[in-house]
Each structure stands twice: as C-alpha cells, then as structure tokens.
Design a protein around this ligand. Structure first.
Ligand code: XMP
Length: 507
C-alpha cells in the first residue's frame, strides 16, 4: 500500500492512478488524517500531493511533522515538496518569477529518484512559491533556469521532493521517476492485480456477510452490475437484486440485463415492470427538473414496495466507486456532483449496513473486475446512462410513442457507431428526440414529423466535454437509416456544441 496524502491538488486522482498503473495499490487520504491511522495502515510509501496554498499562510494545510520520523519513504510533489522543506527547517518564499508550463530541468541522476532519467529533461512546472533555502540534511537534485531548487532529497531519511508534476503527461519521464520512487525507494512489488482484488473481495464479503441477506438495487449500469456480481460470487442467492424497469431504458436494455442476471449469475433477480406507472406520472409534464423529480420519487416508491415483500435484509449493496468517494469530500479539492443516480435508497429500506465493494476502484478498474468476473462486454463497457433515462432525451412531454421512436433511432445510431469502430473512442453518444416537427417529403407524400438530434462527446470527467468529429460519411449513413426505418422522423441534426456552454444531455 502507498498512501497519497491529499493537500488539495488538482492532480490527486491522477497520482493515485499512476501508482495503480504499476500494480501498486494506493489510497488517497486527506492531509489531516491522524498519524496513528497512517501508521496502522503501514504503507510502503507516502506521496504528498500539490495544493493551491502557500505553506507560510496561517491556515495552509499541513501535517504532523512526526510523519518524517516514521522511516516511511515520502515523495512531496509541488506544494508537498515545499511543505516537506518548510517542516524540516528550510525556507519557502515567493519566487521572483512564476513558472508555469513545460520547463527544461537538469537532474542529478546519481539520485535514486532520477535513475535512468535523461540529464536534461522536460517537466510541467506550475508554481508561484519556491524553495529559497533547502532544509538541513537535504540536497538539491534538480534545477531549472528560474528555479534553483527543482528537486530535493534526504536519502538517509528516504525523503524526496519535486517542485514539478511527475504525474502529468507534460512530464514525459515523470512515470519513470514515480516508478523509481515506488520500486527502488519504497520497495513495492507491484503484485496488485484485478484477480487478486476479486479473490480478496470475495473472501472478505463471505466473511462479512456470513449467512445474512443482501439487497441490491440494480440499475443495469456498470458499477451496480459489477458490485452485484462480485457479491453474488461470495454469497450466491443470499443476494436479491431488484431491477426496476421504468420504461425509459434504451431498446432491449431491460431484457439484456435480465438475461445476464438470470442466466449467467447466481442471484435472486426481481424485475419490476413499472413502465406504465412511470408513463402515467409523466403525462403532461414538460419541465426537465420536474421529470427528474417525478422519476426519482416513483423509483423509490416502486423499490420500497418490492423491498417490503422481501422484508428485513441485513445489507444493502451500492455501486459507489472511488471517484465518488474522493469527490464527496476528501481533502480540500472536494467538488460535489450535481447529478445523482435514481435511488438514493438508504432511508426507506430496512437494513443494517451498506456494502460498497468497489469503493476503492477507478472506473476502468471496475471494468477490468467485470471482465475478470466473466461479465459480457456490452455490460462492462456500457456508456454512462442517466438515471431518468430517455425522459431527459425526449424534449417536452414523454409518451410511450415517443419513447419507442427514440429507442429505435438511438439503436440505429449506436449500431452504426459500433460498426464504424468508434464506440470505444467516444465517451457518450445518443439520440435526442426534439419536440420540433417540420415538413418533409417521402415518396409523393408530405410529412410533418420529428427531428432527431444526434450527440457524441469525448470527456474525461463529464464536467467539460468536446463534441466528436464523426466522419460525414458515417453521419450520412446514420441519417438515411434512421429516416428510412423509424416512423415519424424526417430530419436529423448533429449537435456541434461543447460543454460548456451546452450540457451533454439536452435536458
Ligand atoms: P450534463 O448533461 O449535465 O451531464 O452535461 C453530465 C453527465 O451526467 C449524466 N446525467 C445524469 N445522470 N441523473 C444521472 O444519473 C441525471 O439526472 C443526469 N443528468 C445528466 C449525463 O448523462 C452525463 O454523463
């Protein structure tokens, strides 16, 4: 285990990712984590992240200086490096020149941290403060033109610090530096893999759950599905999955989920066909937020009714994953998500405790676990799909007829994108049924039908996104196919707006 101590840097998750890419397990903890907790976890190494403060500000995030006496190797990055200097008696001040962007540095490759790193290498600098005087016991191991102390070390105490960001791509040899830290300095072995994760989790879940009952609200999404399968590997039919079909899923999706969970895995699977209930509630509603609210509430009601039939359960499984954990308030960089999946269940189901088997994993790791568990690729690589489903992709009132039109158009779109080999290259793509109708001509007849909009974006965090430049030829094919095959659609538009200013969904 390696601990990433978070001082509020924007790259904290990226550092964790880099470490895990070397098959070294790591956890991000807030900077003010009690030193006893850290000691108990007995990490092989600690990484201090960057942060937005100056170490000499009165309320700047800091840590217990005893951490430097634990004998655990520490790597400080940017703010973390300055803090390491500061707490060990060095002097940090405002740099005469702010350094930002790709910068050439000269490294001393006799340091273990820079073994095999090119003497003159490039890195990403982003700082206004710098180390004026190194702390006693430390020496300088890298410099740039305007930063005389670009990296420091105290090899006796296994303390290392870099002013730049080794975790980003703009530091091409940063990966090598992190690797040196993990393997040459911390002595990590790099044996943390997805199959070891599965084995470990199954063992843990078996022991934890014993002969008790577990309930899972299955949405068909990647996270809840993988969580459910993992739990089912541990306790089989002691797990009941409730899958609410609200009639707002994509074409065939509900059947596919049912098929996987009834044929392939050993769980009690309950599908609730609540389509009509949702359509009834949505009749006449056009406001996007009202739609979300209605669907969320109805979902809870349906789930509750089913859960009541089962009676008391001991555990509830949730598909929380690591970015959710970090985002909901670790350290100082916390951002709270504005979108929630349908079903924030805990307050109305009678259970003892929540189990979140994936809470330590990133999305792509969750996918790898899914594959390891033998789940089909269409489930494992399913793109994100909003809880309120197609209701927020049908502009204006939702009716069963419109759902059907959209399902068909969206299905063709997805099929063609996959055929063109673009499906894994696009983060999210879907069709939208606008409530615009326009005049067209089909054969000899005048039509007055709907316009379907196509959306495709790439993004890493869904907070910002770019539209994708799908080749004209592919778009043309999709357009012809939809208009020819889907009744009541006579016009196709492609959405070329980024986020911001637009959002990914239309509602
Ligand atoms: P926007 O449209 O805000 O979407 O750019 C960002 C991401 O969030 C998804 N999204 C939702 N997910 N419930 C959800 O579970 C919602 O109400 C909701 N609205 C948007 C959207 O699909 C995209 O991935």
């Amino acid at each position: 285990l390696v601990i990433v101590l978070d001082f509020g840097g924007q790259y904290n998750q990226l550092i964790a990712r880099r470490v895990r890419e070397f098959n070294v397990y790591c956890e991000v903890l807030p900077y003010n984590t009690d030193i006893e907790v850290i000691k108990e976890k007995a990490p092989k190494g600690i990484i201090f992240t960057g942060g937005a403060n100056s170490v000499y500000e009165p309320d700047a995030p800091s840590c217990d200086p005893k951490i430097f006496e634990l004998g655990i190797p520490i790597l400080g990055i940017c703010y973390g490096c300055q803090l390491m200097s500061h707490l060990n008696g060095g002097k940090v001040g405002k740099a005469p020149k702010r350094e930002y962007g790709k910068t050439e540095i000269e490294v001393d490759s006799s340091s273990k941290l820079f073994e095999n790193v090119t003497r003159n290498t490039t890195c990403l600098m982003s700082h206004t403060d710098y180390i004026e005087t190194v702390a006693p016991g430390f020496r300088v191991i890298a410099k740039s033109e305007s930063c005389p102390v670009a990296a420091i070390e105290n090899p006796e105490k296994n303390l290392y610090g870099v002013q730049f960001h080794p975790e980003v791509e703009h530091t091409p040899e940063g990966v090598l530096m992190l690797k040196n830290f993990l393997f040459k300095i911390c002595g990590c072995t790099g044996d943390w893999t997805m199959s070891s994760f599965v084995d470990m989790s199954v063992r843990y879940l078996k022991e934890k759950i014993g002969d008790k009952k577990v309930l899972c609200a299955l949405s068909g999404g990647v996270d809840s599905s993988v969580s459910a399968v993992l739990v089912s590997k541990a306790v089989g039919k002691q797990l009941t999955c409730i899958f609410v079909d609200h009639g707002l899923l994509r074409k065939n999706e509900a059947d596919e989920v049912e098929e996987v969970f009834t044929k392939k895995f050993d769980v009690n699977f309950i599908r609730v066909n609540a389509q009509q209930r949702f359509y009834d509630k949505l009749a006449g509603v056009t406001d996007p937020e009202s739609k979300r609210k209605i669907i969320g509430e109805e979902f809870i009601r349906v789930f509750e009714e089913e859960a009541k039939k089962i009676g008391k359960v001991d555990y509830l499984v949730q598909g929380t994953i690591y970015p959710d954990v970090i985002e909901s308030g670790l350290g100082k960089s916390a951002v709270i998500k504005s979108h929630h999946n349908v079903g924030g269940l805990p307050d109305y189901v009678d259970f003892k405790e929540i189990i979140e088997p994936l809470r330590d994993l990133f999305k792509d790791e969750v996918r790898r676990v899914g594959l390891e568990l033998g789940m089909p690729e269409h489930l494992v690589y399913r793109q994100p799909f909003p809880g309120p489903g197609l209701a927020v992709r049908i502009i204006g009132e939702v009716t069963p007829e419109k759902v059907k039109i959209l399902q068909e158009a969206d299905y063709i779109y997805r099929e063609e994108i996959a055929k063109a080999g673009l499906d894994r290259k696009i983060s999210q793509y879907f069709a939208v049924l606008t409530n615009l109708r326009s005049v067209g001509v089909m054969g000899d007849e005048r039509t007055y039908d709907y316009t379907v909009a196509l959306r495709a974006v790439t993004t890493t965090d869904f907070m910002t996104a770019e539209y994708v430049e799908i080749p004209w030829e592919v778009l043309g094919r999709i357009s012809r196919k939809i208009v020819n095959e889907v009744k009541h659609v006579n016009r196709i538009c492609y959405d070329i707006t980024g986020k911001p200013p637009a959002t990914i969904e239309w509602e």
